[in-house]
Every structure is written in structure tokens, then in C-alpha cells.
Design a protein around this ligand. Structure first.
Ligand SMILES: [Zn+2]
Ligand SMILES: [Zn+2]
Length: 654
């Protein structure tokens, strides 16, 4: 018998179907074979064999496989990787297959592509720092590198050279970039150097284009896969190098099953296939930097910008002081003056209002403290409704919303939250002559509008670009000389143990947008917590200082990278049954010696009509905790409407 995953049917919960292997095909079918099978009333549809079994699992008589289309859709050497991903992330193997192989790959008839004969660009002269880093990569006996380079230090050139060297050895390469950075600019940079040897995989391509690019890689016609998260599964047989650019980016983690992290998978794939990995970032994740400090990765650094341009000065504005001096506007006096300055000089400004959805916390305007959970050190989320209270989304602790600040006794404590739209209105009031563009989820929901807004700004159609964290990433505008962060507190007080890290990354990345050309740049950060170390270290461009302070508090509370997490979300149609199911699972885990925080209502406590509770397992032994969880889940006899979703090493606990 063979388990076959049907290729062309979009299924919500992909399950393989059982087919019989006829005698004529015996011995020719293995896991990974593409086959033709009858399905429903259709005679022959494509599918992929995901497993071979002895037993018949269905109550129906299984049908015969009609034909073998190819003996291996993916290179057979990738099978151990997919099995590992399924086991590591507690995900079904068939789901991992679907993540690895684009839909419709089997039906695709290949068409010839026109070869372009554009001359390839010559590489630029390297800076001394770049020469040093490339030497370190070449000479090191290690094959895992963490490239820590400040914004504008020329990391991409390092990638290009490393790929070139890799190709010369007859090897292939994968370049992972965050989806949002996968712009035509990024791609053209790689294409200019390597021409037709590049294949691009991303969600902006149509199914046909994607299949075409995929086949170019599978056939060996292209040697370099450039793409977002799923390109880590690019079907290459001679893999020599994987680059993960902006390795700290949270978009590398898939937020639906299989919930894999492309960086983790890249490291595993490299070790299975003997490839080198370069992780690059201006703000490495705690996980990667900690691994480097243990010697697992070789740390290589680009500490200076190219052409000797300085990192922009960062001015931190104490909004408590503004309030004391009678300024209640969301613009501090300094920021207002700075914007007036750029308008006079005909330059451009980016104003950032970080708005990751969850700005429902209580903040004291006098001392800048948010109300936090004493056990979990994350900020409590304000719950509004019939009764108003604060809740910790990790452990479930509840508290009344205080009327005076627990830290300083000031009565100036209340709900905090502003949006980009409000910022735009205030901005237009203060600067009536300014031309303002806004980039956020509301203005970019239409396809292509994201690029349109950015192109318009680059062409000088507007003076001020207002946006969410979307504007902080990888953009390069030569006329931007001012970056203003309106409320760093929104990032600092996310209900997430990574809030400080996110703040540091955000401020560093956004500061990196200023002063990238001959016009010097300035950065102004407004906050009620100017003394917070993530703000201070970002101001000083001091990553290492930030790392040490943050690592210490993570270690104390056994948060990653020092402890491992597994998040389990129970969801169901009624509140009571969902809570009951989550509590029963928690009790079962406890009986087996695995402690879990919660259950607590998930931050999105009601999603698409389903109530959600989460359980957070903190462990030092990921493997055994996963095993115990599997046992506990299998003994649950909860009602049919209850579903459990397991997220191993979660990134966003929302
Ligand atoms: Zn206070
Ligand atoms: Zn808590």
C-alpha cells in the first residue's frame, strides 16, 4: 500500500489517501515518487507518495496506482530533512511535503524560456572589512557563520562573493530573504551578478511561474535559489551554501502547520548535506548570537558602514518631560522642529508608529512603567468589556486595572494606544504644506500598492512617509535625512518576552534607514521609558551591550535561548469546553512531570468564531517534552469541536 498526497486539490487539513501498488509497479515506487491515481470521479490526478504501509487504513477497498510519473519529485537526499522537520515540529509528514513542493508542480508542462544575454556586472572594490570577513570565511574550519554587520556595511556583497566562490567549486546555493525584502531591487542585484543561474521563488509569482522556476532548479539549469522562507526546501542536489539574510526576521517562522523556522531548517539541511551557512544581520537574534558565543557559529563582523559614512546620531526624547512642561501633542518639540527643518531643505522624513496590533496595555505617563506580570515579566493586556481587567497571556494571572501607578503612585496611568491614521491627521495639522504618504496594513491591502507607495516616495512625490514597522525594513532612500519613532513604548510593551529584543531591532533597523547617502541623517526616538536598556543601547549602536543585558534576564526566567518553549493552543466553539480541554491537557502534562504555564486565554482569544486558550511549556529538554506532549495529546478525549495546535519554538505568542 502507498499513502498518496493528492497534488492538485487544495485541502485545509492535508491527509494522504491509501492506494494499492499493482504488481507491475512493485519495486518502482518509493517515498517521494510522483504518481498518477484515480480520485473521486476523475481518472488520473497527480500525487506524491508520502509513505509506504502494509495495512489498509480505510474502510473502502483501495484503488490501484495507475502510473509512476517520476521516480522522485524532490532529490532523494532531501528525504531525511523532511522527516526531521516533521518530527521536530510535531507536524504531519504530508504537510511538510506540501510546504516543500509548490502546488501543481506535477501538471506543469515546461515551456522554453528566452535566454537573456545581458552582460553581467563587475564586482565592486571591497572595503578592508569585507576583505577580512571573506578571508575568515575561506580559512575557517567551521562551516557555520554569523555575519554581524551594521546597517549599510555591505553584507550583500559578502553574500555575492561567497556564492561566486561556491559556484566555482561546482556547488549550488540558496539565498533566503524576508518576504518583504524580496523586492525587484533585491532580485536584480543578484541577477546582475549571476544572470540566468538565478531562480526566484516567492509568493508573488503565479503558480505557473513558480513551477517554472522550481523546475529550473530541479533540473540543474539554475544553481542559485533566491526566495523567502520556503526556498529553504529548494530542490538542489549539489548544495554548498545557504545564506539567511536578516536572520532575526520573524517572517522566517511559518505561522501555520508545519510551523517551521527557516533558519533552523537551514542549519539542519546544511549539516545533512555538508553545506556552509552564513546568517547575516545588523541585529542578530539572541538565539544566533548565543550560539556564536558558545562557539557553535564563527562570528564574523562588519563594524563600519561602507564609504566611511557614520551611523546616524540617535536622540532620545523623554515624553514624560514633554508632558511636565505642558506639551500634550504626540510630537515632541524636537521632532516638530526637525520635521520643519527637512521640509525647508526639501529633504524627506520617515515617521514610524509601531503598531503590532496589541497596543492594549496600561502605561503611567509620569514614570513610563507599564503594568507587568510579576511571574512572566511580560506586560499585562487590557481586557475591555462588561468588566475591565488586566490579564497575563502567558500564565493567566488577572488584576484590576489600577487607578494609580503601582511604581510611582501617580494618577496619570491609563490605556495606551495610537495608530498611524491618527498620526497622519496630527501631522497634516502641524505641517499643512507637507505632502504625506502612509504605508500600513490599511493602505497596502491592494496588490502592488506597497511598491507603488514606496516608489512614489523614492521619486519625491511626498515629503513624509508615515508607516508601521513595514517601513523599517531594508529600504534605501537617499533623500531621507530624518527618521522619527513616535512611541517606542508600543514595541517595549508588547505582551511578549521578546519585547526588548524587538524594540532594539526596530530602533536599530529604522535608524539604519537614515543618512545612507551624502546627506547626513538624524534619528529621533520618543518614549516614556528613555532609560530602558534597549532604547539606550540602540541609541549607542551597541549590540553587544544590549545582548549581554537581555541574555541575563532571559537566563533568569529560562526563556529562549536558555530554555525551550512549546506553545499549545486549544481552540473550540464554546468557551467552557475549550477551557476544560486546555485544563485537562495541562493536568495530563503535569502528571507526566512536564510543567506548563497557563492555560490562559490566547491574546487573540476569539478567532474566526473559535475560542482559544494557550499552554506554554518551558523546558530544557525539548525532545522529551515533545514526546510527553504527544502522549498527553493522544489520551485526550475532548469533544469533536476541540482542536489542538502545537507550535515548537514559537516566535509570536499572539
Ligand atoms: Zn508611574
Ligand atoms: Zn504571567
Amino acid at each position: 500500500m502507498a499513502e498518496v498526497l493528492i497534488d492538485s486539490i487544495p485541502l485545509k487539513d492535508p491527509k494522504p489517501f491509501t492506494y494499492r501498488i499493482p504488481t507491475a509497479l512493485q519495486g518502482r515506487i518509493e517515498v517521494g515518487s510522483a504518481v498518477l491515481v484515480p480520485f473521486g470521479n476523475r481518472k488520473g490526478v497527480g500525487g506524491v507518495v508520502t509513505g509506504l504501509t502494509e495495512e489498509i487504513k480505510t474502510e473502502f477497498e483501495p484503488k490501484d496506482i495507475l502510473e509512476v510519473l517520476s521516480e522522485g519529485v524532490l532529490p532523494s537526499l532531501m528525504k531525511p530533512l523532511l522527516e526531521w522537520v516533521a518530527a521536530y515540529y510535531s507536524a504531519p509528514f504530508s504537510g511538510v511535503w506540501l510546504a516543500a513542493v509548490p502546488k501543481g508542480i506535477l501538471k506543469k508542462k515546461r515551456k522554453k524560456k528566452n535566454k537573456s544575454n545581458e552582460p553581467l556586472e563587475l564586482p565592486p572594490v571591497l572595503t578592508p572589512d569585507q576583505v577580512k570577513v571573506l578571508g575568515q570565511i575561506e580559512k575557517n574550519s567551521k562551516s557555520l557563520f554569523l555575519l554581524h554587520g551594521v546597517t549599510g556595511s555591505g553584507k550583500t556583497e559578502i553574500y555575492l562573493r561567497a556564492i561566486g566562490e561556491n559556484l566555482e567549486r561546482g556547488k549550488q546555493a540558496i539565498v533566503l530573504v524576508p518576504e518583504i525584502a524580496l523586492t525587484p531591487q533585491t532580485v536584480s542585484r543578484f541577477r546582475a551578478r549571476f544572470g540566468e543561474r538565478i531562480a526566484v521563488l516567492h509568493s508573488g509569482l503565479s503558480g505557473g511561474e513558480r513551477a517554472e522556476e522550481w523546475h529550473r532548479l530541479r533540473s540543474g539549469e539554475a544553481d542559485i535559489a533566491v526566495g523567502a522562507r520556503s526556498a529553504v526546501f529548494a530542490p538542489l542536489e549539489r548544495l554548498g551554501l545557504i545564506i539567511v539574510d536578516e536572520e532575526h526576521e520573524s517572517s522566517y517562522k511559518q505561522d501555520s502547520a508545519p510551523r517551521y523556522h527557516a533558519r533552523t531548517v537551514a542549519l539542519k539541511r546544511a549539516s545533512l548535506e555538508g553545506a556552509t551557512v552564513i546568517l547575516g544581520s545588523a541585529t542578530p537574534s539572541l538565539e544566533s548570537y548565543e550560539a556564536a558565543s558558545r562557539g557553535e557559529f564563527a562570528l564574523i563582523e562588519l563594524p563600519r558602514r561602507i564609504n566611511g559614512r557614520p551611523l546616524p546620531p540617535v536622540e532620545v526624547i523623554d515624553m514624560r518631560q514633554e508632558l511636565r512642561e505642558g506639551n500634550r501633542n504626540m510630537f515632541s518639540r524636537s521632532l516638530k522642529k526637525a520635521v520643519e527643518g527637512i521640509l525647508e531643505r526639501g529633504e524627506q522624513a520617515i515617521l514610524l508608529m509601531n503598531q503590532r496590533g496589541y497596543s492594549r496595555f496600561v502605561l503611567c505617563r509620569a514614570c513610563g512603567q507599564a503594568v507587568r506580570c510579576p511571574r512572566c515579566a511580560v506586560s499585562l493586556t487590557l481586557h475591555k468589556g462588561k468588566s475591565e481587567y488586566l490579564i497575563c497571556h502567558y500564565c493567566g494571572t488577572r488584576a484590576l486595572s489600577p487607578s494609580i501607578c503601582p511604581s510611582c503612585r501617580s494618577p496619570k496611568i491609563r490605556h495606551f494606544g495610537v495608530g498611524t491614521q491618527q498620526l497622519e491627521e496630527t501631522c497634516q495639522e502641524l505641517f499643512p504644506s507637507a505632502r504625506i504618504a502612509r504605508l500600513d496594513r490599511d493602505t497596502t491591502s491592494r496588490k502592488g500598492s506597497h511598491a507603488q507607495i514606496l516608489d512614489g516616495f523614492r521619486d519625491g512625490e511626498s515629503d513624509i512617509l508615515i508607516g508601521t514597522q513595514m517601513v523599517a525594513k531594508g529600504l534605501d532612500f537617499p533623500r531621507v535625512s530624518l527618521v522619527g519613532v513616535l512611541a517606542a513604548d508600543l514595541a517595549l510593551n508588547l505582551p511578549d518576552f521578546r519585547a526588548a529584543e524587538r524594540t532594539f531591532q526596530l530602533l536599530t533597523q529604522v535608524a539604519g534607514r537614515a543618512g545612507r547617502s551624502e546627506i547626513p541623517g538624524a534619528v529621533i526616538v520618543q518614549t516614556y521609558s528613555p532609560e530602558h536598556f534597549s532604547v539606550q543601547r540602540a541609541k549607542e549602536h551597541d549590540f553587544e551591550g544590549f545582548y549581554h543585558e537581555e541574555a541575563e534576564s532571559r537566563r533568569e526566567l529560562s526563556y529562549p535561548p536558555f530554555g525551550k518553549l512549546i506553545n499549545v493552543v486549544a481552540s473550540g466553539t464554546t468557551l467552557e469546553s475549550t477551557q476544560e480541554a486546555a485544563e485537562s491537557l495541562a493536568a495530563s502534562l503535569q502528571r507526566r512531570g512536564v510543567m506548563a504555564l497557563g492555560p490562559a486565554p490566547a491574546p487573540l482569544s476569539l478567532l474566526k468564531g473559535r475560542h482559544r486558550f494557550q499552554l506554554l511549556i518551558k523546558t530544557e529538554e525539548l525532545e522529551s517534552a515533545r514526546q510527553v506532549l504527544r502522549e498527553s495529546l493522544s489520551e485526550q478525549s475532548s469533544p469533536k469541536n476541540i482542536r489542538f495546535a502545537v507550535d515548537v519554538e514559537p516566535l509570536n505568542l499572539l
